[in-house]
Design a protein around this ligand. Structure first.
Ligand SMILES: [Zn+2]
Length: 176
């Protein structure tokens, strides 16, 4: 049985080396698994034609008392159908500085706690947490149907003293 516990977490990659950089920061250097060729993010085809490689530093979820940073070699492939494309990495979508697992953790905490507290807890910038929370909201909350609207009434109130405010909006339907 494979004793490499960390191979559970980063599909297509494995741990090459690690370094404790400060008293609570763990830097993990990953390398692609030689048994898995990169996959084009445009069409999903595996290819062996690597155009170039750039290393990215991204935040991963904490491990015990350590803040975890990953050093990931991200390949661009020369796809027959799509041209030069970034390889597809499910756990590291887009150009964000956080892994998908870390983003998910921010989303869950930001739905429970004020932004400032989440940022402090995870050692992230306030704006980073705010942007992730905003994306979650625009994904999950549908815009209300305003087609029948006659009047819109809004008010704001504090949920916790000085911490967080909520907006209530109510609408009046036309008289039938
Ligand atoms: Zn392709």
């Amino acid at each position: 049985m494979d004793a490499n516990l960390l191979s559970l977490f980063w599909e297509g990659f494995e741990l090459e080396s690690y370094e404790v950089t400060t008293s609570n920061t763990l830097s993990l250097r990953l390398q692609p698994r030689s048994s898995q060729p990169p996959v084009c993010s445009g069409c999903g085809q595996a290819t062996l034609l690597v155009h170039d490689v750039s290393r990215r530093h991204v935040r991963e979820r904490d491990l015990f008392d350590y803040r975890v940073w990953l050093d990931v070699p991200v390949r661009r492939v020369r796809c027959v159908g799509c041209g030069i494309r970034r390889e597809q990495i499910h756990w590291l979508p887009g150009r964000r500085g956080l892994t998908q697992a870390m983003i998910r953790q921010v989303e869950v905490l930001a739905s429970l706690l004020p932004i400032k507290q989440v940022a402090e807890l995870l050692g992230l910038h306030w704006h980073t947490v705010k942007a992730i929370d905003h994306q979650r909201l625009s994904r999950e909350v549908q815009a209300p149907d305003l087609s029948q609207l006659r009047r819109l009434i809004m008010d704001e109130f504090a949920l916790f003293k000085g911490h967080r405010y909520a907006t209530v909006a109510t609408r009046q339907r036309p008289l039938s």
